[in-house]
Write a protein that binds this ligand. Structure first.
Ligand code: ADP
Ligand code: MG
Length: 356
């Protein structure tokens, strides 16, 4: 069941020569109880889309439906939608509990109901012990929990989260990612989460919409987006990527045979509803490739240009004989460095279903 339908929504700021198209005809269906993420680089229109859903701003064209109803006539406070902002926007002179109850008070809810709901929310975000602390006296991560509890207190049907974790340091961010997932699952509320961090999007989301320059480039679950990027921008933005120019030799069913520069042929998959032919670009993820000492029967070969130790993995940059830089990612064992050295000539093997 669609909680939110975005139908051809655009937002153009300014006029004449100074026009900026923040969103250009976006279509999206976001399901009830979904953890849905808008992912894209800074300036691609993520915040604009959230503001339109919240009612802080209005589309230049298009409609937004909430459970089938056009929400255009509803002012922000009448929409069953709430927002968690990046800067939390808490009231520093109030206690944790007062902050959480603030929205309910504004709605004129009875005292007893507010009290019960605040306790419930404190428990949900594991902040009961902090209920009487001033917000200015708790940590950033705890403030984040309070902001989440406050936004959920009025029981919104949809919660909008605009880069809520980007101000937190790495460890705390990882911890809050897990917390947000847990709270979403426990409450069953539809979350629309915004991030420019692809790893965060991949680990947290049921589905992701990848955006660029005011449009949605691809929608899918994390592995669809990662393993089957629909286009170059998506492949490049999500994860590390090698691009190779190849020639299509034959197509059968959902896969093709393509010829590399070396003349060797490898299998490749391609997006549904497309029939590749002629010269195409394929994507090979660095972890789908491995080095080999032998160069003669390997589909690719070249010279090692860089070796970067990354803890769990080592990234090896190989300058292919054709001139392109190709990254290979190998898992580290506990027996020390990877055993290859810069300047060494190597072959590159590819796993079976590597390319697109
Ligand atoms: P994101 O949240 O993905 O970083 P935004 O939605 O904030 O992107 O902005 C999208 C584009 O719209 C940007 O080019 C931004 O400069 C522009 N924009 C956003 N708000 C306004 C505004 N009020 N007036 C003019 N341009 C705006
Ligand atoms: Mg933004």
């Amino acid at each position: 069941k669609a909680a939110i339908e975005i139908r051809g929504v655009s937002r153009v700021y300014g006029a004449g020569n100074a026009q900026v198209t923040a969103l250009g005809g976006v279509f999206l269906n976001i399901q009830e109880n979904e953890f849905f993420t808008l992912l894209g680089p800074s300036g691609c229109g993520k915040t604009t889309l959230l503001r339109l859903i919240a009612g802080f701003d209005f589309p230049t064209s298009g409609e937004i439906l909430l459970y089938g109803q056009d929400i255009a006539p509803l002012p922000p406070f009448k929409r069953p939608v709430n927002t968690v902002f990046q800067n939390y926007a808490l009231f520093p002179h109030m206690t944790v509990a007062e902050n959480i109850g603030f929205g309910l008070q504004m709605l004129g809810k009875p005292k007893a109901e507010i009290k019960a709901r605040v306790e419930e929310m404190l428990e949900l975000v594991h902040m009961t012990a902090m209920r009487d602390r001033q917000v200015s006296q708790i940590s950033g991560g705890q403030q984040q929990r309070v902001a989440l509890a406050r936004a959920l207190a009025p029981k919104p049907k949809v919660l909008l989260l605009d880069e809520p974790l980007s101000a937190l340091d790495y460890k705390l961010r990882k911890e809050m990612q897990v917390e947000l997932k847990r709270v979403q699952a426990e409450t069953g509320i539809t979350f629309i989460f915004v991030t420019h961090d692809q790893e965060e999007a991949l680990t947290m989301s049921d589905r992701i919409a990848v955006m660029s320059a005011g449009s949605v480039r691809q929608v899918g679950n994390p592995w669809e987006i990662y393993d089957h990027p629909a286009e170059r921008f998506v492949a490049n933005f999500i994860g590390e990527t090698n691009f190779l120019e190849v020639e299509v030799v034959s197509v059968e069913g959902g896969s093709a045979k393509v010829r590399l520069r070396s003349g060797k042929e490898i299998p490749a998959t391609f997006p549904e509803q497309t029939t590749p032919s002629g010269k195409v670009t394929i994507v090979i993820r660095p972890e789908h490739a491995a080095l080999s000492e032998r160069t003669d029967d390997a589909p690719l070969s070249g010279t090692i240009e860089s070796i970067v130790y990354l803890g769990t993995d080592t990234n090896i940059g190989v300058r292919l004989d054709g001139g392109t830089l190709f990254n290979v990612r190998q898992q580290n064992s506990r027996s020390g460095p990877c055993g290859y050295s810069e300047g060494q000539t190597v072959g590159i093997k590819l796993s079976d279903d590597v390319a697109q």
